[in-house]
Design a protein around this ligand. Structure first.
Ligand code: NAD
Ligand code: TYD
Length: 352
């Protein structure tokens, strides 16, 4: 039985990963550590909370003593680091916490794992691995042509993406300097259940259902490359099992869409299936995001060729599943949009 230390497992992708792994395998043990920021929600994990192979511990990844204690008490085989501040708009307002969690938190995990796994000078226990969950945003912005390859130079623009790029470089330094067993995955934009409604897709679904404005930044022609979250979870599972040590793997399904098309798809679904008073009159073009990246597009050739990964869910199927999930889980949406969210939303959108 392999033991996974999953960090940030109460957030969007982390909770999907914990559920994916426990549903797929009987012989994995998962310890989920999460500090439960505004983005962490144990309600996401209700379906697995009583699973004997699952344990939750509230821990900040920057807390060295607490992280070391977890490695001392448990025989950890793999670390999967999802824990992060993840929202670009928040990083523009308050960059400091992004460097704190995303860079220093990553370093804390690396130090603890290195200490626990070392069996000699730059020699580690058999089969252990640290996986850093990174993002395509570290590559910066593309023009109309071409794709991000693993060899594309890092050129991040936002405080969020620069903190993720910094973390990637620290992880790489651990491999180059100490032969520390690691991989990095760089995935495109995810969508699916349990995504916090500060991000484009759940925000638009929530606003449309409550007849609020649908705020599109700038001209709405920025392009993101969307991947259903389960396909990202599958990629992470495969990289942990079969990824060659020291390698970076890009993850994406060639699903590029301009933001305005995403919003129109959501409006059409809700108008035709839920509430015909929802329509494109709700769209409001607002001030653009500072430093807004124009286009992201991942070339996933390496993970396809080397590990046999491919995305299983088309955008047409995935977006319908996602909208239905939010419709069926309105209590979840209500819970996460009460409290801190209201203040955030008013601050973010009242000035636009
Ligand atoms: P999220 O914001 O939904 O969740 C982040 C989780 O980390 C939350 O549960 C939060 O409580 C926890 N956390 C934050 N600071 C912490 C700390 N100091 N200690 C412990 N836990 C802490 O984020 P997400 O969208 O699920 O993203 C997860 C990871 O995937 C991030 O590293 C992000 O950079 C990366 N990523 C996200 C996307 C995307 O489209 N969402 C795409 C590619 C990569
Ligand atoms: P987001 O979901 O924040 O992800 P990221 O910035 O990490 O790609 O935003 C996706 C795209 O949608 C991005 O180009 C910004 C845009 N956007 C809007 O136009 N309006 C919004 O209210 C939000 C949250 C995002």
């Amino acid at each position: 039985m392999k033991t996974y230390l999953v960090t940030g497992g109460a957030g969007f992708i982390g909770s999907n990963f914990v559920i994916y792994m426990l549903n797929k395998y009987n012989d994995v043990r998962i310890i989920n550590i999460d500090s439960l920021t505004y983005a962490g929600n144990l309600e996401n994990l209700k379906s697995v909370e009583n699973n004997p192979n699952y344990e939750f511990i509230q821990v900040d990844i920057c807390d060295k003593d607490a992280v070391n204690a977890i490695f001392e008490k448990n025989d950890i085989d793999y670390v999967v680091n999802f824990a992060a501040e993840s929202h670009v708009d928040r990083s523009i307002e308050n960059p400091e916490i992004f460097v704190q969690t995303n860079v220093l938190g990553t370093l804390t995990l690396l130090c603890a794992a290195k200490k626990a796994w070392s069996v000699g000078d730059d020699v580690y226990k058999d089969g252990v691995k640290y996986l850093q969950v990174s993002t395509d945003e570290v590559y910066g912005s593309l023009g109309p042509d071409g794709y991000f390859l693993e060899t594309t130079p890092l050129d991040p623009h936002s405080p969020y993406s620069s903190s993720k790029a910094s973390a990637d470089l620290v992880v790489k330094a651990y491999f180059d300097t100490y032969k520390f067993p690691m991989n990095i995955t760089r995935c495109s934009n995810n969508y699916g259940p349990f995504q916090f409604p500060e991000k484009l897709i759940p925000l638009m679904i929530n606003n449309a259902l409550s007849h609020k404005d649908l705020p599109i930044y700038g001209d709405g022609m920025q392009i993101r490359d969307w991947l259903f979250v389960e396909d990202h979870c599958k990629a992470i599972d495969m990289v942990i099992r079969d990824g060659k040590l020291g390698e970076v793997y890009n993850v994406g399904g060639h699903n590029e869409r301009p933001n305005v098309k995403i919003v129109e798809t959501i409006i059409d679904y809700i108008e035709n299936n839920v509430d015909d008073s929802v329509g494109s009159h709700l769209i409001k073009y607002v001030e653009d995001r500072k430093g807004h990246d124009r286009r992201y597009g991942i070339a996933p050739d390496k993970i396809k060729k080397d590990l046999g990964w491919y995305p299983e869910t088309t955008f047409e199927v995935g977006i319908q599943k996602t909208i239905k999930w939010y419709l069926d889980n309105r209590d979840w949406m209500q819970n996460v949009t009460s409290g801190e969210y209201q203040k955030y939303y008013e601050k973010m959108y009242s000035k636009k």
